[in-house]
Design a protein around this ligand. Structure first.
Ligand code: IPM
Ligand code: MN
Length: 348
């Protein structure tokens, strides 16, 4: 049994979430999971109509009454500063303390990889992106705003507790999934305070895991290596903003943003699942967006809710869809968003 909140959000979030929802309903029926799906219309329209991103107390309701939240995408040209996005997505990450942003980079078929001669064995790692600190805390300010002498300060916050728990989560994952190496990435050659803390905590926590190899790359070098030899990586852990960048590059290795799933997780608590891609307003409502990232994200959510066989069944069916060319144009197929969802839900 599980109660799931669905926020389709904006743009193609609406298109792809409808398909993820379809797949969830079908797997619910097939496996008698007894999951209940409840839709919420938060997003740009709601924000423009009401002036608020989320109603007072909404996050408490999610925390107390729901097991997970499935989010489509946020972003709308009418709200250029993404105020509603911060008020929904970042607010949930912070207030639900979803400190693990888990983003698997897994190539499902070699034809989807933009790199030459790479197979599904070569692109198979996970990124643990810290999700509650760094530049994303929004600390800073302006001095002399809108003058020639303007000063803007944007601070990054790194706490020992925050760094420790994400690094430990990465090592625990490596142990549990029999991955022999954890790679930590930062920019500690330049950021001598915050990222120095990351260095020290990584090796200190690492001592608790003597059987796991510890490796470090500066982030610029690591992004290069991810392209040159993605097979080198198994588990990557990094801070919030670097993780944002690293996981977009990772998404390309697995066939583009339309393939990349993610979970914003606090182990044991209400967590939030969203595809890595944005709302792509130009593609919205045209039945052309690839729903696979959203469907794989729903599978990740089921995995988190301990419906492991249901999750596996969805992943296997997505692989079959790719193998059988039952995909959108961007992946070389000829189906629309809805038809991909229909195919996957009918083949579960
Ligand atoms: C992501 C997105 C968000 C982020 C934006 C929409 C705030 O890019 O989930 O990767 O920067 O974390
Ligand atoms: Mn991003």
């Amino acid at each position: 049994m599980a109660k799931i909140a669905i926020i389709a959000g904006d743009g193609i979030g609406i298109d792809v979430t409808a398909e993820a929802r379809k797949v969830l309903q079908e797997i619910n029926r097939l496996e008698s999971l007894q999951i209940e799906l409840v839709d919420f219309d938060f997003g740009a329209d709601y924000f423009l109509k009401t002036g608020i991103a989320l109603p007072e107390g909404q996050i408490e309701i999610f925390r107390n009454e729901f097991d997970a939240i499935l989010l489509g995408a946020l972003g709308d040209p009418r709200i250029p500063d993404m105020a509603h996005g911060r008020g929904i997505l970042l607010a949930m990450r912070f207030e639900l303390d979803l400190f693990v942003n888990l983003r698997p980079v897994k190539l499902l078929h070699e034809k989807l990889c933009p790199l030459k001669n790479k197979t599904i064995r070569d692109v198979d790692f996970v990124v643990f992106r810290e999700n509650t600190e760094g530049e994303y805390v929004g600390a800073g300010g302006f001095l002399k705003k809108n003058t020639a002498d303007e000063i803007a300060v944007q601070e990054a916050v790194h706490t020992r507790k925050g760094v420790e728990r994400i690094i430990r989560a990465a090592f625990e994952y490596a142990v549990e999934h029999k991955r022999p190496k954890v790679t930590m990435s930062d920019k500690s050659n330049v950021l001598r305070y915050g990222h120095d803390l990351w260095q020290r905590v990584f090796y200190a926590v690492g001592e608790e895991y003597p059987k796991i190899e510890k490796e470090h790359f500066y982030v610029d070098a690591m992004l290069m290596e991810m392209i040159r030899r993605p097979e080198h990586f198994q588990v990557i852990v990094t801070e919030n903003m670097l993780g944002d960048i690293v996981t977009d590059v990772g998404a390309m290795l697995q066939g583009g943003l339309g393939m990349a799933a993610s979970g914003n997780i606090h182990p044991g608590q209400t967590s939030l699942f969203e595809p890595v891609h944005g709302s792509a307003p130009a593609m919205a409502g045209k039945n052309i967006a690839n729903p696979i990232a959203a469907i794989l994200t729903a599978a990740m959510m089921l995995q988190h809710l301990n419906f492991a066989s249901a999750a596996q069944r969805i992943e296997n069916t997505v692989e079959a869809a790719i193998l059988n060319h039952q995909v959108t144009q961007e992946l070389g197929g000829s189906l629309g968003t809805r038809e991909v969802g229909d195919y996957i839900s009918s083949r579960l």
